[in-house]
Design a protein. Structure first.
Lengths: 318, 563
């Protein structure tokens, strides 16, 4: 087990290094730069722009800039945001809370409903429920999030006045109920798509198991249908779901770009979008590395949990 | 220079001019509003008096996020919404262009001896009784420190335009300061109306002013003190009860960032933000917004100009006949009416129509494709088989660029393309994201032509030297922002004269001439002057659009709610 861990860790470090190199190069080689926003304003002269480029060290050769960034990163200094003048880690930390709040609640909602729809759909395959669920899923998957977000705002906020049209809480209030009230809109929007995804995964995973020999054997033995479902089918069907959950961990922390923008949710997705459009290199690199670490951790976690859930895999000598 | 008030210590923040604002609210038209022709009082009942102590809060909706809080460091316009509350300048410009003393006791002029030796020697008397938010008294040392910091070698100053000429700064008394200028530079008065004074006693203790904690928790002399910030969401400011001017009347001001303009408008509709300023309400929502109950929606004056900026080194666009023909065959009114719902104001000049330097006698643009064809025929641009004109083997074709996703400008491009196809000019479209467009593509003049919305002036001064002088072309190692690469000896001389003349009437003559030349030579094709739409909740007293402020939170200290 420890050998497996060590091997995975070495792979991870190598991967992170490659990710950082490619990310850094693409980001810096892309046309435009962090000073575009100032040039667009028209207030600053070329002399001012050139001076600031030099003060930021952006006129040096790219490999030098990368080496310096890497060295600082390894020593724990993720740099200062160009836009914000604050440490990158501090900025990321500030946006993690809102993202976690939104993503966890919507994911839990989506998993519960999605799993339920998937299970029923698989057990009662080709029933009216299954057909409706399948059509509904396809529709949910095809709806663009930004459009659905605006529709939710238009109907429930502007039209009916039931929900706030955005923000995490009312400034000056911030009570639990107030936060919950604000969470409903973006949570529904995000959950819609992921419910669809989860239900499809669950359904196909269930169907894979339901037709296996051991299920038929159990039935032949006379095991009650309910027990077959819970003990044999569901347990086995949940295995692939662990992988999917593991792969879903990074998105819990990297946030939802579109929904966060439409609902004015101050999370990681919006931070990333803003940082990209301002070419705030240190923050973009910070988020990139953070997300890369999360992806690696998520898949590692999934592999480890797999072993826990299914002893056959743990014993197979990895 | 701008009209100068009587020199007595008056507050920089006058009581709101109610009649003017309501004229705007009635949609009296941007031009009328901009010129302040509000003699007919639209509002009969007087505004209720302000509260005796700061009460309530206002939530200001912004579509960009303020992130830079040191007012001397690089920032964009939206950052100034914060600077204006926390800090003060020596004087500020009111909506009519009058400079009003703030941290200074009077506006220096040649008449009162504040400016002498033909603009080389400056002396400013400062206002007594001003304190920093931490209780430390404000003195001339703070002004000296501020001006020196801007020019300090390692400091990431936003701009040194004008400041670079300042030398020999002397504190001649606790509230008196003098300096000399390397050369006479009239726009400096205007530049100082946008130069916020920072506290010496805090910043001098910082190891590096570029990374001082002050830059995250600024301390100033303004009507509001720094409260808290939730990055990516909002900034809360609290009333400064020791403020030297009128107000503040609000207990708290919240600057709320809503990144999407449509979402921001929705929050305005549902009442989560009390007002929308800055980028404002999108033109396509204007008709609906004016009908919203409990909201006032106003067209506000703006100094920004929408133009087609040709690259004058482009083989086709360098030909004046081509520019004249393109301008004559551009249906400006159609662009304004069809795409911008008739909101904006057609203009012929780069100078805002609200400025004292604006020349109203320029030839009016007439949409006349026949004239355009004639100009091109005479200039030797002959129609070829494909319909595109040619001259000396060069086809009359060029690209127009704008920011990808700027939907309204992309529509304007379609109209331009149709207009110009009629006269045998082939326009192509080359759009890119904002960070790319405004990078070297723009600054180093790598575009063929560009749709640009910007103001051609120096803060509130009409001086456009940075835009038009031939030594201001970055692509030719100049320092400035003459991206169209205009070179004209007569213009250079006028620009120089304008900068070294302090008498407003004389300067006016200079800038009138300059506008005539620009109208004739067309280094830019002016399309319209912006009339953006802002909105606020009924009952908010004191909001007053100011074409001479970079954000309409300029007088937020004197805002309050009618109860």
């Amino acid at each position: 087990m420890s050998g497996f861990l060590l091997q995975r860790l070495m792979q991870a470090i190598l991967l992170l290094l490659i990710v950082s190199m490619i990310g850094f190069a693409i980001l810096h080689l892309a046309p435009g730069g962090p000073l575009s926003q100032f040039a667009a304003g028209g207030e600053m002269n070329q002399e001012d722009l050139d001076r600031i480029i030099e003060q930021l060290g952006l006129n040096r050769p790219l490999p030098v800039q990368y080496a310096e960034w890497l060295w600082r990163m390894l020593s724990g200094d993720w740099g200062l945001s160009y836009r914000d003048q604050q440490p990158v880690l501090h900025i990321i930390a500030g946006h993690l809370g809102p993202t976690l709040e939104l993503m966890l609640s919507s994911t839990l909602l989506a998993m519960l409903i999605g799993a339920w729809i998937g299970i029923i759909g698989a057990v009662k395959r080709y029933s009216l429920f299954d057909s409706i669920a399948t059509i509904g899923t396809m529709i949910a998957l095809s709806i663009p999030t930004f459009w659905f977000g605006l529709v939710v705002i238009y109907v429930f906020s502007v039209g009916l006045g039931w929900l706030p049209s955005g923000n995490r809480f009312t400034i000056g209030d911030g009570s639990f109920l107030n936060r919950l009230h604000h969470l409903v809109g973006p949570c529904i929007v995000l959950a819609l798509v992921s419910t669809a995804v989860w239900s499809r995964y669950m359904r196909s995973s269930m169907l894979d198991v339901i037709n296996q020999d051991f299920v038929r054997t159990a039935r032949a033995k006379g095991v009650p249908e309910r027990q077959i479902l819970m003990k044999h089918v569901l347990r086995n069907a949940l295995l692939p779901m662990i992988t999917i959950t593991g792969l879903h961990v990074p998105s819990l922390l990297s946030g939802a770009l579109v929904t966060e923008t439409v609902f004015t949710w101050p999370g990681m997705g919006r931070l990333f979008l803003d940082s990209i459009s301002y070419r705030d290199y240190p923050v973009v690199m910070g988020i990139l590395m953070f997300t890369a670490v999360m992806v690696l951790l998520g898949s590692l976690l999934a592999d480890l949990l797999y072993g826990v859930a299914d002893p056959r895999i743990a014993r197979s000598g990895r | 220079m701008t009209k100068i008030s009587d020199g007595s210590v008056t507050s920089a923040f006058p009581m709101p001019a109610i009649h003017r604002r309501d004229m705007l609210a009635l949609g009296a038209g941007g031009l009328l509003a901009a010129t302040g022709l509000g003699s007919a009082r639209a509002q009969t009942k007087a505004a209720p008096p302000p509260p005796s102590k700061p009460t309530g809060q206002v939530v200001v909706g912004l579509s960009q996020e303020p992130t830079a809080f040191n007012p001397l460091m690089p920032g964009i316009e939206v950052d100034e919404t914060v600077w204006m509350q926390i800090f003060n300048t020596m004087w500020v410009a009111d909506p009519k262009g009058n400079l009003m003393p703030d941290l200074a006791r009077e506006i220096p002029s040649e008449a009162n001896g504040g400016i002498s030796e033909g603009g080389l020697a400056w002396k400013v008397k400062l206002r007594p009784g001003v304190t920093w938010h931490d209780g430390t008294p404000f003195t001339a040392e703070d002004v000296k420190y501020t001006l020196e910091l801007i020019n300090a070698p390692g400091f990431k100053a936003r701009t040194r335009v004008g400041h670079a000429f300042v030398k020999d700064i002397k504190v001649t008394g606790p509230l008196e300061i003098s300096w000399r200028m390397e050369k006479a530079y009239a726009p400096y008065l205007a530049l100082l109306s946008n130069t916020f004074i920072v506290p010496k006693h805090i910043l001098e203790k910082a190891a590096d002013p570029n990374t001082a904690p002050f830059n995250q928790t600024p301390v100033g002399t303004g009507p509001f003190k720094w409260g808290t910030r939730t990055p990516g969401d909002n900034i809360q400011l609290v009333a400064n009860d020791k403020f030297h001017g009128k107000g503040p009347y609000l207990e708290r001001a919240v600057l709320k960032y809503v990144p999407d303009q449509t979402a921001l408008y929705a929050q305005f509709r549902t009442g989560q933000v009390d007002l929308i300023i800055g980028t404002g309400i999108p033109a396509n929502f204007y008709a609906e917004a004016v009908k919203l109950p409990g909201r006032k929606v106003v067209k506000i004056p703006s100094a920004s100009l929408e133009m087609l900026m040709p690259n004058l080194e482009h083989p086709v666009l360098k030909d004046k006949a081509v520019r004249k023909a393109l301008y004559a065959s551009l249906n400006k009114q159609a662009i304004i009416d069809i795409i911008y719902y008739g909101l904006h104001i057609p203009t012929e000049s780069f100078t805002p129509q609200d400025s004292w330097a604006y020349n109203p006698n320029l030839p009016k643009h007439v949409y006349d494709p026949a004239l355009a064809n004639k100009i091109l025929d005479e200039a030797g641009w002959k129609r070829s088989g494909s319909g595109t004109r040619m001259k000396d083997g060069v086809p009359l074709t060029f690209a127009v660029s704008t920011t990808t996703g700027a939907a309204l400008r992309e529509q304007a491009q379609q109209l331009m393309m149709q207009d110009w196809a009629q006269i045998g000019a082939k326009m192509t479209i080359n759009n890119m994201p904002a960070a790319v467009i405004w990078g070297e593509f723009y600054t180093r003049s790598k575009f063929e032509s560009l749709i640009v919305g910007t103001a051609f002036r120096t803060v509130i001064d009409p001086d456009p030297a940075a835009r038009f002088a031939s030594d201001a072309i970055p692509a030719k190692n100049g320092s400035g922002a003459n991206q169209m690469q205009w070179q004209n000896a007569e213009v250079d001389k006028l620009l120089k004269d304008g900068q070294t003349t302090f008498d407003q009437e004389k300067r006016k003559a200079i800038y009138w001439k300059l506008q005539e030349i620009a109208r004739e030579e067309l280094p830019i094709l002016p399309i319209y002057q912006y009339a953006p739409v802002e909105g606020y909740k009924e009952g908010l007293i004191g909001y007053e659009p100011n074409v001479n402020a970079r954000q309409n939170t300029w007088n937020m200290g004197s805002w309050y709610w009618a109860r």
